[in-house]
Design a protein around this ligand. Structure first.
Ligand code: THU
Length: 136
């Protein structure tokens, strides 16, 4: 299911709601993510911090790992919601690349305004992925 205008809007609403569930008492930087699977299913994530700061996970990875654990790996798009509509961090770009190198990336702020749209291959050029691990 391609990311058309109606499921884009659903995806943006899902990431706004996911952001409200972020656990970020240390940074107070609340971030949501919503992944669109090719079946139309949406899987969400939020950043979850920890008193041991380095154990924090971003919403893009949280959503990806939840989806994979549900048997869903064929992703069409991700919407990310944060104040200022920031781009995913390098670690999340790498994790998403594993499953969807051409993923559509939608960046929205908490009002739902779509600030920027790009693709993962633009955010992670000259990438390393499963294709690089072929042997012999
Ligand atoms: N964070 C994200 O959720 N996404 C990013 O791309 C960068 C940072 C989170 C992690 C942490 O909870 C907070 O923002 C401050 O770094």
């Amino acid at each position: 299911m391609p990311a058309d205008s109606s499921n884009r809007q659903t995806l943006v609403e899902a990431t706004i709601q996911a952001r409200l569930r972020a656990y970020a008492p240390y940074s107070k930087f609340f971030v949501g993510a919503a992944l669109l699977h090719s079946s139309g299913e949406i899987i969400t994530g939020a950043n979850v911090e920890n008193a041991s700061y380095g154990l924090t996970i971003c919403p893009e990875r949280a959503a990806t790992f939840t989806a994979v654990a549900k048997g869903l790996t064929d992703f069409e798009a991700i919407a990310i919601c944060v104040e200022g509509a920031g781009a995913p961090c390098g670690a999340c770009r790498q994790v998403l690349h594993e499953f969807a190198p051409n993923l559509v990336v939608l960046m929205t702020d908490p009002t739902g305004e779509l600030i920027r749209e790009t693709t993962l291959d633009q955010l992670l050029p000259d990438s390393f992925g499963p294709e690089n691990l072929t042997t012999s």
